[in-house]
Design a protein. Structure first.
Length: 535
């Protein structure tokens, strides 16, 4: 019982929830890595372990992946570890969040990215959401980590997972105070209905706001809506552009909206609606800064006469420079129309973000357009989403005619008479000329005739039994595999007790007698066999 009890304590259960992964150890000058989530057979997947915190100059460790679940919800990805206090000096930052686990019902959410250190460094990217094929919702992408307090860009949000309803993209992380940009939102997940894109991260005093994530494409219903762009820096910075809507077979997703600039900066461009039978609506653009800045694409009309006069003056300044160089001095580039696959126009030379590229035409198997280049102070445009065409049947080659596929053979329901030496099967008929000649026998296992038995020797051959001595026949019935005495070939000792030799000894054989009253024989060629002692 003691051995059985110890064996049971080592077994793994597959009926409960999976265990959580262990946290990564704190790094010295490098980083720790989070442990992976536990496996689950019928319950929910375990959460991934958190990444270890970095040392003085080290970055944070990545979070562990969420556990797999065969009968529930996937595990949540682990949180990325925080970066060291001076990690920004060497370019290190927060650790990336772990990927959400696969779930039979719902996918697990991605882990949150780790925050950067005090002085600087980028925030960790959020983990991607887990997938599911059971009709549930895909896991949401994890949020990006915040950048360093002084310097550092925010982390990018994770992509939503695949599912019946695509998972939402994670939001981007916030940037540091000086010369840092907010993180971009994650892309929505693909599914029967597309997931919503994540919102962009905010900026500090000097920096640009993060752009919203693109909405996820749909397989049956509506495409996902684009995420909203966040506000730029308090003193200087452009607003983030709204994300484009996703493609949908019924209707495209709506483009994301964005906020208004504060003091100096351009308003963000509104997101372009997704393609589909009904194109999605474009998102509203942002208003330019109070002192300097041009309104974004599709911005609402301001009621302030001062702001209207400011916009007219900037248009007059930009016109000759636009005609001469093809780019304005101040202002954002124009995003490409939906379904065009064209490139976005570049932003202003001095202040401006690039326009977003257009998504490819649905079913064209083409690539999306490239985003426009930014100016001296700005952020480049987001590239357009690619499209994939359905498979098309190949045309027949020249010189060959199209022929219809042969009809499937109809199985015969009548039982055909079998010829001599053959066996007929109901519902099957062989081709003509395949009947076996009379007198030919089929080698059917278990039906008698010539066969060979697996083992140490062939016993039945051509239906005749070979004569053997009585003890050999006894050995054949009780093979040496049935002996449970655990004899190990030691002719003198058995479990510490001396065994006397018994029987005759010859040149080829020697015999012993074990405690279970079995006789072991070993010949000169090293073969062993055991037979029960017959009294």
């Amino acid at each position: 019982m003691g051995y059985r009890r110890r064996w049971r304590s080592r077994r793994r259960t597959v009926n409960g929830d999976g265990g959580n992964g262990g946290a990564g150890g704190a790094g010295g000058w490098l980083m720790g890595t989070g442990g992976a989530g536990g496996f689950s057979g019928a319950g929910d997947g375990g959460s991934g372990g958190a990444g270890g915190a970095g040392g003085l100059l080290g970055g944070g460790g990545a979070g562990g992946a969420g556990g797999f679940s065969n009968g529930g919800t996937g595990g949540v990805g682990g949180t990325g570890g925080a970066g060291g206090v001076l990690s920004g000096v060497v370019g290190a930052g927060g650790g990336h969040g772990g990927t959400g686990g696969y779930g039979a019902f719902d996918g697990g959410a991605g882990g949150v990215g780790g925050h950067a250190g005090l002085l600087g460094g980028p925030g960790g990217a959020g983990g991607d959401g887990g997938d599911t094929f059971g009709g549930g919702a895909g896991g949401a992408g994890g949020a990006g980590g915040d950048g360093g307090w002084a310097f550092g860009s925010g982390g990018t949000g994770g992509t939503g997972g695949y599912g019946g309803a695509g998972g939402a993209g994670g939001s981007g992380g916030d940037a540091g105070l000086l010369f840092s940009n907010g993180g971009a939102g994650g892309t929505g997940g693909f599914g029967d209905t597309g997931g919503e894109g994540g919102a962009g991260g905010g900026a500090g005093w000097l920096g640009n706001g993060g752009a919203g994530g693109t909405g996820g494409a749909a397989n049956i219903g509506s495409g996902g809506d684009g995420g909203g762009g966040d506000t730029g820096g308090t003193l200087l910075g452009n607003d983030g552009a709204g994300g484009a809507g996703g493609y949908g077979p019924t209707d495209g997703g709506a483009g994301g909206t964005c906020g208004n600039a504060v003091v100096v900066g351009n308003g963000g461009n509104g997101g372009i609606g997704g393609t589909g039978p009904t194109t999605g609506t474009n998102g509203a653009g942002g208003i330019g800064g109070l002192l300097l800045g041009l309104d974004g694409y599709n911005a609402t009309t301001s009621t302030s006469p001062i702001h209207v006069a400011q916009q007219q003056a900037l248009v007059a300044i930009n016109s000759p420079i636009q005609d001469l160089t093809g780019r304005p001095l101040i202002g954002n580039g124009t995003p490409a129309p939906a379904g065009s696959g064209a490139d976005g126009t570049p932003g202003g030379w001095l202040l401006g973000d690039g326009g977003a590229g257009g998504a490819a035409v649905a079913g064209s198997d083409g690539a999306g357009g490239s985003g426009g280049a930014a100016g001296l102070w700005g952020t480049g445009g987001t590239g357009g989403a690619a499209a994939r065409s359905p498979p098309v049947m190949a045309e027949p080659a020249a010189g060959y005619s199209e022929t219809a596929a042969p009809a499937a053979p109809t199985p015969s329901t009548e039982l055909r008479a079998a010829t001599a030496g053959t066996r007929a099967t109901a519902g099957c008929s062989g081709p003509a000329g395949t009947a076996a000649p009379a007198g030919q026998a089929w080698a059917i296992p278990g039906s008698g005739g010539r066969r060979e038995r697996r083992g140490r020797r062939a016993v039945v051959r051509a239906g005749r039994r070979r004569w053997r001595p009585r003890w050999r026949r006894r050995t054949r019935r009780k093979s040496f595999h049935t002996c449970r005495c655990r004899w190990r070939g030691d002719w003198r000792r058995r479990r510490g007790r001396r065994i006397a030799r018994w029987g005759r000894r010859s040149r080829w054989h020697r015999w012993i007698w074990c405690f279970r009253r079995h006789i072991h024989r070993r010949d000169g060629r090293g073969r062993r066999e055991c037979r029960i002692l017959v009294r």
